[in-house]
Design a protein around this ligand. Structure first.
Ligand SMILES: [Zn+2]
Length: 455
């Protein structure tokens, strides 16, 4: 693909994908060892062609763009470092923003009597790598050196305390827990703390109304209130996040707190189960997450419904990210039983498909259907058609979240229903999701929002 043949760039528009033609040779040589290559041969060939088409499309677009820009070397819009020399920043942008390989830019520039300083472009690329790498390192180091130490200490405290059971989650039924025991608490200071005097702590309480991050849904935020004998008002500290941690056979919810050092010291003194706190979930954050989580299930159901018709394909959830501001749904497509695998499983959704999907969800919202949960035997739930995440392991008893129409309208209910194995929080009826909008679909990731109140 990285052809250096100068005249080739004139013919990008005539080149079609050809890598899939080589696939049978690869499959015959590697197939006996890597059986999945043969098993998923059709899908691999379709993906190969799709990726190749995408690369060719970038090259065709880039070729046309550069031919036009380079055609008139006197044009003021052409960024030149000196006569005949392209500005290194321009070449870097072609690579970074438009995905054009340097070889390709060099080839077309050469045909127009232009060149560029290779060393300067290489320096810009190196600088870019260092900046993006250092950003990642500094944030992960901050977690390693302080929060990870605190986490290890907290888990050993929880293990030593020999609690008979882990955290009891009470957050499906209520958002406040007046007498939660502090099981363990460990203060720590973040490496790059911005406000002097403020610090953090990891705390575990039970019973706990905070939803621990999971199933793509963010952990609850809120507050812990602690009675202080020396003060008239209780001490109130902020809960930023909550997530599950496992030690031995037990699972605990860990809360990350942010407060003044003296407030946390008071809280940590009671970290032996003897002292209790009032735990209060931030209702605004929880409600917004619940709306977006139920909307994720409906989006999933809508995509399954629409794409079965338009593409004879079925949707497989690959992940999701639900918070108080929006939802993201990641998925892959596979051919429906009896349908051949092909490009329909890889091409982006068309504007018409997105409109149909959005309209499908909006219809369910307008019908104001109830959202119900039930604990069921896993095999029964799957047999009834509940969706689950591929590759995920589930307990024998599972929680099933269902959105369904009237039982009497059997045909309509079947079309409108969503049934998923899910531990997340949800609204009680679909009218709470109004309005629902699909913002963007790219590379099998769909971003939506089910409510605009917090935007
Ligand atoms: Zn869910």
């Amino acid at each position: 693909m990285r052809a250096r043949e100068p005249r080739l760039n004139h013919h990008w528009s005539r080149i079609g994908p050809f890598l899939s033609e080589l696939f049978p040779v690869i499959a015959s040589q590697l197939g006996p060892t890597y059986t999945a290559i043969v098993l998923h041969g059709d899908a691999i060939q379709a993906a190969l062609t799709s990726e190749e088409n995408s690369f060719l499309s970038t090259m065709q677009h880039g070729s046309a763009m550069l031919q036009e820009q380079f055609a008139d070397t006197n044009a003021r819009s052409l960024p030149l470092a000196s006569p005949g020399m392209l500005a290194p920043s321009f070449v870097f942008q072609l690579y970074h923003t438009h995905g054009l390989p340097l070889d390709f830019t060099r080839m077309i520039a050469d045909e127009h009597g232009l060149s560029f300083d290779e060393a300067s472009v290489a320096e810009l690329m190196e600088q870019h790598k260092v900046v993006s790498r250092s950003g990642r390192i500094s944030s992960s180091r901050a977690i390693e050196s302080h929060e990870r130490e605190a986490r290890a200490t907290l888990l050993s405290q929880l293990a030593d305390a020999r609690h008979a059971r882990g955290t009891v989650f009470s957050g499906y039924e209520r958002l406040e827990e007046p007498n939660a025991s502090i099981l363990a608490a460990v203060p720590f200071t973040e490496q790059q703390a911005s406000d002097a005097g403020a610090t953090h702590a990891l705390v575990s309480i039970s019973p706990c109304p905070f939803y621990a991050r999971g199933g793509g849904q963010r952990g609850d935020a809120g507050w812990l209130e602690l009675a202080d004998a020396d003060a008239t008002a209780p001490v109130r500290v902020r809960v930023l996040d909550s997530w599950p941690e496992t030690t031995g056979d037990l699972t605990f919810t860990v809360l990350k707190l942010h407060a003044r050092a003296d407030e946390l010291a008071l809280l940590c003194r009671g970290a032996d189960g003897a002292q209790s706190v009032r735990a209060i979930v931030d209702r605004d954050v929880r409600d917004a997450c619940s709306r977006n989580h139920t909307a994720t299930h409906l989006l999933h159901a809508a995509l399954r419904h629409v794409l079965a018709t338009t593409r004879h394909a079925t949707v497989m959830q690959a992940g999701s990210d639900v918070n108080e501001r929006r939802l993201r749904f990641d998925f892959t497509l596979a051919p429906l039983a009896g349908s051949p695998a092909g490009p329909q499983c890889f091409a982006a959704l068309s504007p018409a498909e997105l409109r149909l999907t959005e309209a499908w969800v909006q219809r369910i919202i307008e019908q104001d259907l109830p959202v119900t949960t039930a604990i069921k035997d896993q095999a029964t739930a799957i047999a009834e058609g509940a969706c689950c995440l591929a590759g995920e392991t589930y307990a024998d008893q599972v929680r099933v979240v269902t959105v369904a129409g009237e039982a009497t309208a059997a045909a309509a209910a079947a079309a409108a229903s969503s049934m998923e194995l899910c531990g997340g929080t949800h609204v009680r009826s679909t009218a709470a999701l109004r309005p629902f909008l699909i913002l963007k679909e790219a590379r099998r990731r769909t971003r939506s929002l089910s409510h605009s109140a917090r935007l």
